[in-house]
Design a protein around this ligand. Structure first.
Ligand code: PDD
Length: 277
């Protein structure tokens, strides 16, 4: 199996990370996850644009063009003969003697990418999954796709221990997002989701859903909603690169709607898939 390290294709076995790589030591870096369907990347342009945005927000310089990165990733997919799965890529601020401040002598960013076989979660998408409420304890720059995922990990672990698929995070009364997904409610036919502020990651899937809604006349509202609104919603779903449009049919033992994936959710699943193929 091949991986990309700083632009070069290497064997996965035998590559080591420097113990003072700032990604490893501080989580000082950013990443992206891109879906691959039938050997082709989906919305890679949008993901790469967000990668540069995240890099800019942490003062990290990516010395490759979008075309170069796309070329690396396409070669990686080919080389690993990936059909359906994901590409994971990350950039860190490189390896240098440990100190919190950025290295004085700029060091090149460390860049790795690899592929992973991952089926579409078709059974879960059809039947719906459970959500688990957790307080959002993360920092105030959730708009950056940072490698620092401790808050997200703790939220997901708490959901797993509760036997649930995803954590639904809230800051006080306001629902923000999942641990690795955005959260949407449907009320009287309108799709409502938290605005793309510093408190959430502006998901690429979220933006796709926004487009699908406007193309098909579904009302899409970016506004804050409360835990009470969530529990009383007609439908709830989450969305992400790996989970697509995923119905939430139960939250902490409260049944949402009639306990089955809702009409609008199912419509968005179909619209989403028609856009992919
Ligand atoms: N999750 N919010 C958070 C905190 C995330 O980590 C992710 C992505 C999203 C959805 O973003 P997108 O639609 O661009 O994937 C929202 C990872 C990559 C995943 O599970 O796919």
């Amino acid at each position: 199996e091949k991986i990309i390290v700083n632009g070069e294709m290497l064997e996965r076995n035998g590559f080591y990370v420097d113990i003072e790589d700032r990604g490893y030591q501080f989580g000082d870096g950013i990443y992206e996850v891109i879906r691959v369907y039938e050997g082709r990347m989906y919305t890679q342009e949008e993901h790469l644009n967000r990668l540069y945005e995240s890099a800019g927000k942490i003062g990290l310089n990516i010395s490759y063009t979008k075309e170069e990165l796309t070329d690396h990733l396409e070669k990686l997919i080919q080389s690993n003969q990936l059909d359906t799965g994901i590409i994971y890529m990350q950039f860190t601020r490189g390896a240098s003697p440990r100190q919190h401040a950025f290295p004085v002598e700029p060091v090149p960013a460390s860049y790795v990418a690899y592929t992973k076989v991952m089926a579409r979660p078709e059974v879960f998408m059809k039947e719906g999954v459970k959500g688990h409420l957790v307080e959002d304890i993360r920092w105030l720059r959730c708009d950056i796709k940072s490698l620092n995922l401790l808050g997200n990990i703790m939220a997901k672990q708490s959901a797993s221990e509760a036997g649930c698929f995803e954590a639904i995070q809230h800051r006080g009364e306001t629902v923000t997002e999942g641990s690795s997904s955005n959260v949407f409610i449907v009320k009287e036919g309108a799709v409502i989701t938290h605005p793309a502020t510093n408190l959430i990651l502006n998901g690429i899937t979220r933006q796709e859903i926004q487009k699908l809604c406007s193309e098909s006349g579904i009302v899409f509202e970016e506004r804050e909603f409360t835990v009470t609104n969530l529990m009383a919603a007609d439908e709830v779903f989450i969305a992400s690169t790996t989970s697509e449009v995923m119905p939430i049919v139960e939250i902490d033992n409260t049944v949402i709607g009639d306990g089955k994936p809702g009409q609008v959710t199912k419509q968005l699943q179909t619209l989403f898939w028609n856009r992919v193929v």
